[in-house]
Design a protein around this ligand. Structure first.
Ligand code: NAD
Ligand code: DAU
Length: 376
C-alpha cells in the first residue's frame, strides 16, 4: 500500500509517520509537507533514511502539485493532517487558515477523486482519512467550575485528578458550532470531506480528537510554551482567569488510534478520540511548573512567580470534553499512557532537547530547509 501522509513534518504528523514507517515496512509512506514555521524535518531524523519513507515538499492548496504526487507515488490512501493549527494565529490571520485548511483539503479531495475514479478498481481499497479536531463542536458550559468526579474513564485519565467540569460531552452527533477562524476552517474542511463521500462516493473517515501533548509540539501551544518559558525564567501568560478546561491526550495514543481506525474503521463513519482527562488550565499549569521545577532541581514553588494573568483570548472556548466511548467499544481502543506518566515524559523530553527548542524558536531550521528545498 502507498500512503500519503500530509503534514508529516508537524507535531502529530511526525508521530504518525514514525509509527507507520516503523510498524509497516511493506507500506510506502510519502510525507507531503509545505514546511511552514510549524513543519520541521528534524522531527523525523530517526526514520528519514528508511527505504519505505520519502518526503515531498509541496503545498496542499496547489492542486497540480498534489496531482503529481498522487500519480508519481500511485497513492492508495491519504491520512490528512496538514493544517494551520494554532487558534491565536487564526485570530490574527484568518485567510491563511481558509486557504490551507479549506482550499488545501478541497484540493486533496479533488486530486484523490480524479485519480481513484480513473483507476480500473475505482474506489476499492482506497481511503481518504481526515484528521479533525474537537473544536468544531464549539464549547461546552462549565456547569461544575470546581469539578466533579468524572463519570467516564480510560487508561489515560489522571490517577490523582479525575474530574469533569460539566455534565455534557462532545459526541459524534454533537452539532457543529465552531467559534474561532481555526475551528470554522476545520469544520468547513470536515463538511467538504463528507460532501465528497455523499456526492461522489469517495471512501472517507473523519476523526475528531481532543488536545494533544508530547514531544515535538511547536512551543507556541500551551504546554511546550510554558515549559520553555520556565526554562528561561520568562512570564507564563495565562489567558483570562485560567479556568478554561481542555481534555488532554498523549500524542502517541492519538497516533495509535489513527493506526487502528485507518485499518479497522468503517468508511463514512466519524470517531471521537480522547482520554477523558479534563484539566482546568491553571491546574494543569501548576502541574507543569511543579514538574519542571522538580526536574531542574529548583525548590518547590520556585517558578510560581512567573504566572502572569493576561487579557483573554478573543472568543475563548470555555470547555472541551470528548466522549470517546464509540471508539472504545467498537474498535477496542485504549490509550496506553496515564496523564502523570505522559506529562513527566513530555517535560523530560523538552528539557533533554534544548537544542530542538532553541532551533525552532530561532527560526534557524526554516532558513536551512529553505536553502535545501526551493519553494514551488
Ligand atoms: P502542526 O501545526 O504542528 O503541524 C502542521 C503541519 O502541516 C506542519 O508540518 C506544516 O508545515 C504543515 N502544513 C501547514 N500548511 C501546509 C500546506 N499548505 N501544505 C502542506 N503542509 C502544510 O499541527 P498539529 O498540532 O500536528 O496538528 C495536525 C492536525 O491535527 C491538524 O489538522 C489539526 O487540526 C489536528 N488536530 C490537532 C490537535 C492538537 O492538539 N494539536 C488536536 C486535534 C486535531
Ligand atoms: O482541542 C484540540 C485543539 O487543541 C487543536 O485542534 C488545536 O490545533 C490545538 O492548538 C489545541 O487548541 P487550544 O487552543 O486548546 O490549544 P492551546 O495550546 O493554544 O491552548 C490551550 C489552552 O491554554 C487554551 O484554553 C488557551 C490557553 N492558553 C494558551 C496559550 C498558548 C493560555 O492561557 N496561555 C497561552 O499562552
Amino acid at each position: 500500500m502507498n500512503i500519503l501522509i500530509t503534514g508529516g513534518a508537524g507535531f502529530i504528523g511526525s508521530h504518525v509517520v514514525r509509527l507507520f514507517v516503523n510498524k509497516y515496512p511493506s507500506y510506502r509512506i510519502v510525507n507531503l509537507d509545505k514546511l511552514t514555521y510549524a513543519g520541521n524535518l528534524a522531527n523525523l531524523r530517526d526514520i528519514e533514511d528508511r527505504p519505505n519513507y520519502s518526503f515531498v515538499r509541496a503545498d496542499i492548496a496547489d492542486i497540480d502539485a498534489v496531482r503529481r504526487v498522487m500519480a508519481d507515488h500511485d497513492i492508495d490512501a491519504i491520512i490528512h493532517l496538514a493544517a494551520e493549527s494554532h487558534v491565536d494565529r487564526s485570530i490574527k490571520d484568518p485567510f491563511t487558515f481558509a486557504r490551507t485548511n479549506v482550499m488545501g483539503t478541497l484540493s486533496l479531495l479533488q486530486a484523490a477523486r480524479e485519480r481513484w475514479e480513473a483507476s480500473p478498481t475505482g474506489y476499492e481499497g482506497k481511503l481518504f482519512y481526515h484528521i479533525s479536531t474537537d473544536e468544531v463542536y464549539g464549547a461546552l458550559p462549565l456547569t461544575h467550575p470546581e469539578g466533579t468526579p468524572s463519570p467516564f474513564t480510560t487508561a489515560a485519565s489522571s490517577a490523582t485528578h479525575h474530574q469533569a467540569y460539566g455534565t455534557e460531552f462532545f459526541t459524534e452527533t454533537t452539532r457543529y458550532t465552531p467559534h474561532s477562524p481555526y475551528s470554522a476552517s476545520k469544520a468547513s474542511s470536515d463538511h467538504f470531506v463528507r460532501a465528497y463521500h455523499d456526492t461522489y462516493g469517495l471512501p472517507v473517515i473523519v476523526t475528531n480528537c481532543s488536545n494533544n501533548y508530547g514531544p515535538y509540539q511547536f512551543p507556541e501551544k500551551l504546554i511546550p510554551l510554558f515549559i520553555n518559558n520556565i526554562r528561561h525564567g520568562r512570564p507564563l501568560p495565562v489567558y483570562g482567569r485560567g479556568d478554561n478546561v481542555r481534555d488532554w491526550l498523549y500524542v502517541e495514543d492519538h497516533a495509535r488510534a489513527i493506526d487502528l481506525i485507518f485499518h479497522r474503521g468503517t468508511p463514512a463513519e466519524t470517531y471521537n478520540i480522547g482520554g477523558f482527562n479534563e484539566w482546568k488550565n491553571i491546574d494543569l499549569i501548576r502541574v507543569i511548573i511543579r514538574t519542571v521545577d522538580r526536574l531542574l532541581g529548583n525548590p518547590e514553588g520556585h517558578s510560581d512567580r512567573l504566572i502572569t494573568y493576561v487579557t483573554d483570548r478573543k472568543g475563548h472556548d470555555m470547555r472541551y470534553a470528548i466522549d470517546s466511548r464509540k471508539l472504545q467499544s467498537e474498535l477496542g481502543w485504549e490509550p496506553s499512557l496515564q496523564f502523570e506518566e505522559g506529562i513527566e515524559k513530555t517535560v523530560r523530553w523538552y528539557l533533554d532537547n534544548p537544542e530542538w527548542l532553541d532551533s525552532v524558536t530561532s527560526g534557524d531550521y526554516l532558513r536551512y530547509y529553505d536553502e535545501m528545498y526551493t519553494r514551488r
